[in-house]
Design a protein around this ligand. Structure first.
Ligand code: CMP
Length: 142
């Protein structure tokens, strides 16, 4: 099935100047970018997005990192987009990420791990809605 998923290029990857490198991987895998923007998250936005992790030991560091610099957020569309996107990212912990994945190649640590991808259809819907209004999403016309 054709799905939509939500994706973030995190502050470490933006700082490393690899936005295009990461977009290239999405495109090569048949994932189409149908919405995109760069932004610098406020503390409130980051807390809202990561609400489910509140109270976890890594939560404070996560918020500090995610607000430390600009990010690029995108909606990707394609066949099995949710699973395919996560396969490209690799495991959350770069030490465990499969060779050739974005995190194996570029992540600095489990927190500074270059990218985020929705883990289910439910999170994808919630996360897309968190960052994009309906009119900011541009479905393919050809
Ligand atoms: P992400 O997919 O954006 O969702 C939660 C983030 O918390 C995760 O990626 C990691 O960057 C970060 N994080 C830091 N430490 C951990 C940890 N021990 N387990 C899971 N996520 C962690």
């Amino acid at each position: 099935t054709i799905e939509r998923t939500f994706s973030i290029i995190k502050p470490d990857a933006v700082a490393k100047n690899i936005i295009g490198e990461i977009y290239h991987r999405f495109e090569c895998a048949g994932l189409h970018i149908i919405a995109a923007k760069m932004l610098h998250l406020s503390q409130e936005q980051a807390a809202g997005f990561y609400a489910e992790h509140k109270g976890k030991p890594f939560y404070d560091n996560l918020l500090k990192f995610m607000t430390s610099g600009p990010i690029v957020v995108q909606v990707l569309e394609g066949q099995d987009a949710i699973r395919r996107h996560r396969e490209l990212l690799g495991s959350t912990d770069p030490e465990k990420a499969q060779a050739g994945t974005i995190r194996a190649d570029h992540a600095i640590s489990v927190t500074q791990n270059a990218v985020h991808g929705s883990d289910s259809a439910e999170s994808a819907a919630r996360e897309i809605e968190f960052f994009f209004t309906e009119d900011e999403i541009c479905p393919r016309t050809r």
